[in-house]
Write a new protein. Sequence first.
Length: 344
Amino acid sequence: MNKESFGLDIGATSIKLVMLSGKNKSFVLKAASIVPSPPKGMMSGSPLDEEAMAQTVAKMVKDTGINSSLVNIALPENQVYTKVLDMPVISDKELASAIYWEAEQYIPVPLQNITLVWNVLKRPLDKGTAGKMQVLMVGAPTVLVNKYQRVAQMAGLSVKGMETEILSTLRALVLDETYPTSLIVNIGAISTSFAIVKNGIMIFTYSMSLGGAAINRAIATDFGLTPQQAEEYKRVYGVSEKSLGGKISRATVPILNSILAEIKKSIAYYSQKYQNDSPIRQIILCGGSAKLPGIELYFANNSGIETAIANPWKILASQEVPKEIIDNAADYTIAVGLAMRDYE
């Protein structure tokens, strides 16, 4: 059995799978696939729905020809607690004690129900410096962690690594410290995550419970469509004022305005905290709704910052990749980051 792991992004409406091979940050794509999630997906607590998810994943692995049982999985950002902390420069041993005091301030549930992990993102070399070190703290409900492990096991897989969606996203896009200061916006089906990256390190992250499904509901309500039809209309017409007399745009824009408001808050936070540093240079959009026609122009025009759609396939060495996979690049971002985890 192959000892290499692959990335599995179990979303609310679709499941994405990616397997890579390579070295020295030059990768070859071995497998990639997107399939619809079972109707209730991971949001259900029913054992029958967990079994349906496991069967879908197992079939997906079989159909792509993957011969590894090791998988890296991302936990949904809207169900975990993620915080970048500015802390005094202390040792790892001191941090192991201090982190629980920090967690009690930021995590609004009893810590005995939380699986808590942390990682030092940046530590000044001189312990006596007045500078702070940045620590990423992630708290995941233990029942959520157990559910993902259970589904993987039923699918015949072993979880090698588990992390949050935003960490996978950044691994796929931010390859080194030369990456421009950026705001990464991952628009998923039911939530949208924001992360500011400076010198290749995440310095801020936030999640809101609003995403592509809300856009679909707005379109479906205005036009009397099924959710599937609304999804198709969204992907064809996007936010264009010229299509269907701008009716789709008028249904879509209120949701995008809510996301835009959080983008502006994130930019204002950065500008205030890092007044003497370079400003945010770009906004990078990823996730399924990043494919809406005209969405990057909408955010660029309304934020005043250059906006682009994520392309995680930039990591690939020269090879022939099916057009369908290339066209859905933004959808694969989390799965690509998970697949890269073994190569850090």
